[in-house]
Write a protein that binds this ligand. Sequence first.
Ligand code: UD1
Ligand code: UDP
Length: 430
Amino acid sequence: MLKIITVIGARPQIIKAAALSRAIHNHFSQRIREIIIHTGQHYDAGMSQVFFDELGIPEPHYNLGVGSGPHGRQTARMIEGLENILLNEQPGFLVLYGDTNSTLAGAIAASKLHIPIVHIEAGLRSFNKSMPEEINRIMCDHVSTLLFSPTETGLANLIREGFKEAALPPWSSDNPKIYHCGDVMYDNTLYFAQMAEEKSEILEAHGLISGNYLLSTIHRDNNTDIPERLNAIFKALDTISRSREIQVVMPLHPRTARLLKQNLTTEIYSSVNDNKLIKVIPPVSFLDMTRLEKNARLILTDSGGVQKEAYFFEKPCVIARSETEWVEIVEAGAGIIADADSERLSNALEAFLDHPPIQYPKVFGDGEAARFICDQMLKMAEGEGYSKTHKAVKDDLHDKNLPDETKKSGELSIPMNDAFRMTDDKLKSE
Ligand code: UD1
Ligand code: UDP
């Protein structure tokens, strides 16, 4: 039995993890055992627990309860907690998603322990290192062993950075294997779209008319924390809703919700407040979000995941950023990059209302990305391409250097080299 550990922390990772957990449950339950660690990066019920309740993800075996904080402190606390658990659990792989601080923490903790990293959503680049996510994803990619890119662009980015498509086994972090496999989020959309239509009552709850509302989410720090940008976005939404008599629904990330009063001008804040067509609501569940996306007329967002889901449901998407990692959406004519500039945003919204895109080429796989990823992990663990790198644990990782609380747990009473050997033997025999 291959033991893997999955690290989740932020909302989109919890949602993405549902696809892998479902594939394991449906197809690999005799061969893969998954242990889930929640870093606690997102902790409000509407940003975390709701997804476990709704999407059939197993409850996490561990929750580090790290919470919010400055990047360094938040990431450091995660690394410390993850290291302790990894030393105890000795997984065959650590599975990481995307580009959040939880991803970076997992990458640092596992790579230093020589535990092979599986990076799902590898190769995406914004080419903008002022985004914390760009730093996180580059660092994670470059210490990973199996890298799964959802798009061809992602694969090409990796090749440009020196990854070799034809790398021969055995694979390791020094000789990684890259794949183009489709997007686990597309797996989820295909799986949950019908269920969302049947179960969600979000349209009725907010009096939304199918096909005649604009869905918007905003949460990037450069949009929420820079008043000019936040004002530009809300001004564009307020203007379009009034001029085209279109409803706007905004499930808001708690960070954005908290900053509205502080960062919007009194004029824009009052205008949005008085605008009966704009409904600002708390974050919604995944089924509610899926139904909102499926029935929207168009979408305006700075979210990576929401851009893609807009595309899955063939909805035009205005991107409130200066660039996107999901360039295929823009190339297909289904997305317009409008930054946080009220004129560009208004023009893009008008353009899509008048001339909706007609083409949505299939570029995100076939809905079986998670199954493919499990297959590749098993191939490597069961021999083909299996590198013994993580067996070669150095002396400096012996239990004499472990933090006190790890020693106290009692689970590490054997020296680390023995612990690793047990894992390797287990992998070989099962
Ligand atoms: C994080 C990710 C981002 C991802 C987003 C998904 C990083 C660097 N960023 O951004 O890539 O797109 O998650 O949603 O990892 N907060 C709450 N309750 C919560 C969680 C957060 O109130 O449950 C508030 C706190 O004020 C916190 C702020 O949101 O300081 C930001 O949270 P944080 O997790 O640091 O970053 P996100 O903006 O959520
Ligand atoms: N999402 C959700 N409820 C919301 C907003 C978003 O379920 O109120 C889902 C959305 O459908 C997508 C994911 O969260 O699957 C995107 O996460 P987010 O926008 O927080 O982060 P990003 O994708 O930008 O990293």
